[in-house]
Design a protein around this ligand. Structure first.
Ligand SMILES: Nc1ncnc2c1ncn2[C@@H]1O[C@H](COP(=O)(O)OP(=O)(O)OP(=O)(O)O)[C@@H](O)[C@H]1O
Length: 272
């Protein structure tokens, strides 16, 4: 199956990178998002280098989904900017969005359609020729083991199946950057291995991936770069080995965000 992204020329008129230097796959500059008084993303600067497999980790409520939603144009920042291969997501959305495939948190799909119809619909909307859409839909449904559900409408899919069909929509047009919010959540181990292999092939072919996850072992296995975000701020960022500094990523994570394991006090009535 060919999800190999197109070669990586610097787009004309692209962002503020140094002359002759390819812009990063994704760049946040001074990104801020507030919900009422709560600052969910607090002046975040982050660079995802082109060709990297980048993991975004952080405690519940750290701001990962909010940051990724702003990265792909689903949520407007209160301040700061996001560039995808040098294209500003909010000032040049068509160019920026043509370069990305997105697995958002809880994406609303046209769920009265079957998986194949969803792919056909979104593929044609992306401007792909019909025969290319059909060919890629065949491959994606087969590889993601959704071909047995050809006649099933998406509203009747399980959570994991929804995740897989959404991932298929993210891959369909051969993007250069995949932005994936918890792609392995609710996915069975065999499907998770398939997704890992697809993503590794995508990066080996020159693509870039940024994904959020709570599974440190998976991030360590897949990623060459990682950022730890907590309380809306980037607490650590860089090459995986730099961030974990001789420890496991889990140990480094606990150290960075501060150990606060609860559960040992209270709940005296439980199992009494
Ligand atoms: N639409 C919203 N309205 C109000 N507050 C929100 C909204 N979306 C997110 N928040 C708040 O912003 C903060 C960051 O949430 P976010 O979903 O980005 O965290 P996260 O790191 O993705 O968490 P998790 O790992 O639990 O998915 C949280 O305090 C959350 O309650």
């Amino acid at each position: 199956m060919s999800h190999a992204p197109a070669p990586d020329p610097t787009p004309p008129g692209a962002g503020p990178s140094a002359p002759g230097q390819a812009p990063p796959a994704l760049e946040f500059a001074g990104l801020v998002k507030r919900f009422g008084d709560h600052v969910a993303v607090d002046h975040v600067d982050l660079v995802v280098p082109g060709g990297s497999f980048f993991g975004l980790v952080g405690p519940n409520g750290a701001g990962k989904t909010t940051a990724l939603s702003m990265a792909v144009g689903l949520l407007r920042p209160d301040a700061g900017s996001v560039r995808i291969f040098g294209r500003d997501v909010w000032n040049d959305p068509v160019a920026a969005k043509s370069l990305i495939g997105v697995l958002p948190d809880g994406m609303a799909l046209p769920d009265r359609l079957t998986g194949r119809e969803v792919l056909r619909y979104l593929g044609l909307l992306r401007g792909l020729p019909r025969e290319v859409v059909e060919e890629r839909a065949d491959e994606l449904l087969r590889v993601l083991e959704l071909d047995g559900a050809e006649q099933t409408v998406v509203v009747d899919y399980s959570t994991g199946m929804r995740k897989k069909i959404t991932l298929a929509t993210a891959l369909l047009h051969g993007p250069r950057l995949l932005v994936l919010d918890e792609p392995f959540e609710a996915v069975d181990p065999v499907s998770a291995a398939t997704i890992r292999t697809i993503l590794q092939r995508f990066v080996a072919g020159g693509g870039s991936v940024v994904f959020s996850s709570h599974v440190m072992a998976l991030v360590e296995q897949l990623c060459d770069h990682v950022a730890v975000i907590a309380g809306g701020r980037v607490e650590a960022c860089g090459a995986l080995d730099e961030v974990r500094g001789g420890q496991s990523l889990e140990e480094a994570f606990v150290h960075i965000v501060g150990a606060r394991t609860g559960g040992s006090e209270g709940l005296a009535w439980l199992a009494s």
